[in-house]
Design a protein around this ligand. Structure first.
Ligand SMILES: *Cc1c(COP(=O)(O)O)cnc(C)c1O
Length: 367
């Protein structure tokens, strides 16, 4: 059996005529950039999250940069980010002239540890970026309480957590601003690059929209120098077709994860994902820990099963950050897990038969 890591084609085929019609409508109306389709998606996504404002932009990395600027992060400021995340989170901080400061993660949730976030605060700290990694919400009570105590702004990176909830509230509605990626393989993915910024503050949302469209407040009037980061009509129309199905896709991912959990619960040497009380994990990724990770990965690949590593080198140890001179002992938790984690195939259309096949080969390789 061949089991891909993700299967984008299955989702396309399941709604093919709706996608094709939506795309042809955009082309027929030449509604290529921003415009009606982007506005419709912004409204629908804000309603889904139960947040006041959404600004659609070109991709999730732009969303981070613009989101940081919209809450007032300036060159010279420090922004605290988790050691284990995709590089966009820290790259966005550097790209606007601020400095990323890494914090270690929690050993069970893989998310930023509130205690290390607090330990990394300096007089220059302006903001923190909790990343709801793999689709699991961060401990937002702990993070918001540290942030409020020290007067630090919060940008939630929700690129992997569309629809994930913490104590009944969706991720992206706790901080000052939140950002989303709609990269094709994300839990809500377009047919190209796309991103979004959400906030309950009209002031933050207006500033984000201004920055994303050349600082143009009205035709030929620019109140600041911004940039070009707008959502195109085709991506917006595709996302609007997908959004009504997101909940059922997230439930399908949770069902697949529950099946993996059930079959792996008693397997020695396999640490399955943890879903703390009150957290709704949406399993963008299903990540396990193993003693012999590389060998297991190779054996699965040989059996036709694709796997991933998220992420094989935590950011403080990445060449791009050699300037900080970090050592393993600076981020012991992040360092300890990076050689042990393995991401198994995960998508809404994954069948019990496929999960059974993955687990059968995983068990053989572990023993
Ligand atoms: C995918 C991702 C991003 C960036 O999104 P793009 O749309 O690819 O620019 C940012 N942060 C995290 C955690 C991501 O997984």
């Amino acid at each position: 059996m061949r089991i891909p890591f993700v299967d984008l084609k299955a989702q396309y085929l399941s709604l093919r005529s709706e996608f094709d019609t939506a795309i042809l409508n955009v082309v027929g109306e030449t509604a290529f950039i921003s415009g009606k389709y982007a506005r419709d998606f912004e409204e629908a996504f804000a309603r889904y999250l139960r947040v006041n404002h959404c600004v659609a932009v070109a991709n999730g990395t732009d969303a981070l940069e613009i989101g940081l600027q919209a809450i007032g992060v300036e060159p010279g400021d420090e922004v605290i980010v988790p050691a284990n995340t995709w590089i966009s989170t820290s790259e966005a901080v550097s790209n606007i002239g601020a400095t990323p400061v890494f914090a270690d993660i929690d050993a069970d949730t893989y998310n930023i540890a509130a205690s290390d976030f607090e330990a990394k605060i300096s007089p220059r700290t302006k903001a923190v970026i909790p990343v709801h990694l793999y689709g699991l919400p961060c401990d937002m009570d702990a993070i918001m309480s540290v942030a409020n105590k020290h007067g630090i702004k919060v940008l939630e990176d929700c690129a992997q957590s569309h629809g994930a909830t913490y104590k009944g509230k969706t991720t992206g509605t706790f901080g000052d601003v939140a950002t989303f990626s709609f990269y094709p393989s994300k839990n809500l993915g377009a047919f190209g690059d796309a991103g979004g910024i959400v906030s309950n503050s009209a002031e933050v949302a207006d500033r984000a929209r201004l920055i994303a469209n050349h600082g143009q407040i009205s035709k030929n009037r620019h109140t600041l120098e911004g940039r070009n980061s707008r959502l195109d009509g085709i991506q917006a129309a595709v996302l609007s077709v997908k959004l009504p199905h997101l909940e059922s896709w997230l439930e399908a991912r949770r069902r697949a994860a529950a099946k993996y959990n059930e079959l792996l619960a008693d397997v020695d040497g396999v640490k399955i994902p943890f879903e703390p009380e009150g957290h709704r994990h949406t399993y963008h990724l299903y990540v396990v820990q193993l003693d012999n990770r590389d060998e297991v990965g190779a054996r699965l690949n040989a059996a036709g099963i694709d796997t991933g590593l998220h992420y094989p080198i935590s950011l403080p140890f990445m060449e791009a950050y050699s300037r900080f001179g970090h050592k393993p002992a600076d981020f012991p938790v992040s360092y300890a897990q990076m050689g042990r984690i393995l991401s198994l195939p995960m998508y809404a259309e994954l069948t019990d038969e496929q999960i059974g096949y993955v687990v059968e080969h995983l068990k053989k390789a572990v023993n």
